[in-house]
Design a protein around this ligand. Structure first.
Ligand SMILES: Cc1ncc(COP(=O)(O)O)c(C=O)c1O
Length: 421
């Protein structure tokens, strides 16, 4: 047994069924290890869908949250607040870093970034859309279209669904906001053609929005050269280049943000997940010149940047930088990629750092995830894995995961694959 039966009954009876739950209930965790309701342990290779960046119950985050929780939780954005500005400064410093293609630091652009705090990744993208449209209104004769990529994922609000280049998420929920269209990722000519002849439902474009590695779509990287060419194209046409770093940001790929691996600087960056180690926080940042197009009354959020989120976010980003987490992610990420590539039925490993997708040559991804959980019932350490469709396994462990934990996971996964195939 890995669940408390009464908790399951209540959840099944009263919680909307928007997720198919696996039969396990986690009650605590430390680092990359989760513990279920019966005390069984699991190696966590999903990390709260990529958000528990510093691992479960990191002491610096626990103490920042506890300290702030005993002072003040929420006052609203009408007032100054102790940690909000410091978190924004830290984010600005991270966004202006430069790296090589592996994500290792090389310097800084010196750009000043200003941040708006939200609560989720979808909200971060919504803020990005408003910034881009304000830019179009002021500089491009009212152009408001946003071109995205096929197989992208930008969130579940209506506008972020419109931006998401996967029809499967659109059905039943129309009419969706207009002003978006998607083109195949890494197809530069298709992007140029769409900008030259925008479809009627989008109209003239003010921005391009990309994930540098598509996460929910199946871990599909944008070519670094493609990203460079898109940057140039946006410069030539005065368009905003927006990157959705909700999943790839905060050292997930080994760089502070994944766009840096292409040596480019975007205009607008959406982020969430890893900022505050799993405490719900989202943010959108823009170069100062773009950010300053927003004035009081243009955008807002009751909870965005609240004292709890800001305190935990500060502690999280400070810890990542002080401990040079990027170097650890690059090293363990390479090890993870090698171990995955050597597994039976794995035909390709995609991604960077600790964001990896293993393409399987058989439709066994779903049963592998189930079996990873079931191991715990047999008295073994379980595995928390994730699948995208039938034949892709996605790995987003806490960024503090060790080479030894990667080995343990890969050894167990190998056994599961052989047992299933
Ligand atoms: C790239 C990307 N953008 C946006 C989102 C939406 O974030 P949220 O679920 O916090 O709204 C996600 C979520 O997985 C994501 O991966």
């Amino acid at each position: 047994m890995r669940v408390n039966d009464e908790d399951v009954r209540l959840d099944d009876s009263y919680v909307m069924h928007t997720y198919a739950r696996l039969p396990v209930e986690f009650v605590e965790g430390h680092g990359a290890v989760l513990v279920d309701a019966c005390g069984n342990e699991y190696l966590d290779f999903l990390a709260g869908i990529g958000s528990v960046s510093l691992g479960h119950a990191h002491p610096a985050l626990v103490s920042a949250l506890q300290e702030q929780a005993s002072k003040v939780w929420q006052v609203g954005n009408y007032y100054y607040e102790q940690h909000r500005g410091e978190l924004a400064r830290r984010i600005s410093e991270l966004l202006s870093a430069t790296t090589d293609e592996t994500g290792a630091a090389t310097g800084s652009t010196g750009t000043v970034w200003k941040t708006f705090f939200a609560n989720t990744g979808a909200e971060a993208n919504e803020g990005a859309f408003k910034l881009a449209r304000r830019w179009g209104e002021r500089n491009l004769g009212g152009a408001s279209g946003i071109v995205t990529a096929r197989m992208s994922f930008h969130g579940r609000t209506l506008a972020t669904l419109s931006a998401t280049g996967q029809e499967v998420f659109h059905k039943s929920f129309g009419p969706l906001p207009s002003g978006f269209c998607s083109v195949p990722l890494n197809d530069y000519d298709a992007l140029v053609a769409t900008l030259d002849n925008p479809p009627e439902e989008m109209g003239a474009a003010c921005a391009v929005l990309l994930e540098c590695i598509q996460g929910e779509g199946g871990v599909w990287p944008a070519d670094l050269e493609y990203l460079r060419k898109v940057r140039e194209l946006c410069d030539e046409r005065g368009l905003m280049l927006m990157v959705d770093e909700v999943q790839t940001g905060f050292f997930r790929t080994g760089a502070p943000f994944s766009y840096m691996r292409a040596g480019i600087e975007p205009d607008i960056v959406a982020m969430a997940k890893g900022i505050a180690g799993g405490f719900p926080t989202g943010a959108v940042a823009a170069r100062e010149e773009v950010a300053d197009l927003m004035v009081p009354g243009d955008h807002g959020s009751t909870f965005g940047g609240n004292p709890l989120a800001a305190a935990v976010g500060c502690a999280c980003v400070k810890t990542m930088v002080d401990e040079d987490l990027g170097a650890h992610v690059r090293e363990v990420g390479e090890h993870l990629a090698k171990r995955l590539a050597a597994l039976p039925h794995v035909v390709e490993v995609r991604g960077a750092g600790l964001m990896r997708g293993a393409q399987l040559d058989a439709p066994i991804a779903t049963p592998l995830v189930d079996e990873g959980i079931a191991l715990a019932a047999e008295g073994e350490r379980g595995l928390v894995l994730n699948h995208i469709g039938d034949s892709i396994l996605r790995f987003l462990p806490p960024l503090v995961v060790t080479n030894e934990q990667v080995d343990q996971m890969a050894d167990t996964l190998e056994r599961l694959i052989i047992g299933l195939a």
